[in-house]
Design a binder for this molecule. Sequence first.
Ligand code: ADE
Ligand code: ZN
Length: 347
Amino acid sequence: MDQLSGMDRSELSGFARKLPKTELHLHIEGTLEARMMFDLAERNQLSLPYRTIEEVEAAYRFTDLQSFLDIYYQAADVLQTEADFADLMSAYLTRVSAEGVRHAEIFFDPQTHTHRGVDMGTVIGGFVQAQEEAAPDITSSLILCFLRHLSAEDAMETLEAARPYLEYIQGVGLDSGEKGNPPERFVEPYRQAVQAGLVPVAHAGEEGPAEYIWSALDLLGARRIDHGVRAIDDPRLIERLARDRVPLTMCPLSNQRLQVYPDLKQHPLRRFMEAGVMVTVNSDDPAYFGGYVLDNYLAIAEALDLTGPDLVRLAENSVAASFLPSGRKAALLEEISTYVRRFVRRS
Ligand code: ADE
Ligand code: ZN
């Protein structure tokens, strides 16, 4: 294993690229690249507040979560037809299957679309078409998110609108502006979603306090916490996460761009790993935050001096923390160890 520990940056990058992994925190609307935004605006005859890629890049200098969300929800307006949603999903799956992603559990925000008159069936139909047509070496599932800046009643209506499509949806999540929007309000929509067979997860402790993580666990029954970085403030919570093996789906480049940790060297990922918490690395909204999942592995490795074995642990965690059946998990873990063995033998 010495070869793994002693890799320089370029070797580590080559190693991480093909390392089999899953992605568990990815908003499909956050994969809308500027190029595709322009193409879809043209296809749907819409005007955009930007004329050039440079203008887009200038707009993507975020000061906090809300400054990002304002731009992100507006950009989603270009998604109108089933083909648009299919193209978005297809581009993501194609792109990340080339960087070792073997499975992705993908968030979508139906209210962003239904509130502007796009039918739930159009959204899900497009996604499912692309998922079914994707390369055979990547699988994926969908997690329906409630927007927490909207009401519980709205969340309930969203769940009702999704009922005809539940066979295509694996989980329920909670996202959007966190501060002032604690999990408490969503107890009833979550209860109904779980009763309908969806697995609960929730964004918590990204900008909001550690108490929101306790509520997500105890009131919503969240099986994973998305972000969860603020748990670092609460030793009892760290113990609880470690003891119950509750995964945290962390997104380093997102935290950096949204000024949660402007300097990634301050990021708590390594401290969570050392405390025995099951952390995973993901991309959140890669078209907005400057990198897909591989870039996130490499950025956090560089900032925190992570080694090859640390990256292997993160990839193994990504499999263990997924909602895949145990047989597929075992097969993916075996793929990881075969990959590592071959890599060590070759170097
Ligand atoms: N929606 C998309 N990205 C998000 C994030 N980082 N936090 C909350 N809601 C989001
Ligand atoms: Zn997120």
